[in-house]
Design a protein around this ligand. Structure first.
Ligand SMILES: [Zn+2]
Length: 80
């Protein structure tokens, strides 16, 4: 029972995080928006192009928010 409560609390906290902060730092570039070199030793940013994952913004949409947007789009299309 405690596990169920903990899971529910974690889910609730995640939903709250998605609602208040829909954007999280991009994992690929750690929020810098720059494309990093592949090796750890040469960790200089590659200037041209920027990060491909976040397209140079340094932010990524949270998983929960993406799902929310998806369902909101379906509902908007259904209730037109
Ligand atoms: Zn990025």
């Amino acid at each position: 029972m405690a596990i169920v409560l903990a899971t529910a609390a974690a889910a609730l906290a995640y939903v709250a995080a998605c609602a208040s902060l829909p954007f999280a730092r991009c994992r690929r570039c750690a929020g810098s928006g720059l494309r990093m070199g592949r090796t750890v030793i040469r960790r200089r940013p590659v200037a041209r192009g920027g990060c491909r994952r976040c397209r140079g913004s340094g932010r990524r949409l949270r998983w929960g928010r993406r799902a929310w947007n998806h369902f909101a789009k379906i509902r908007a299309a259904g209730s037109r």
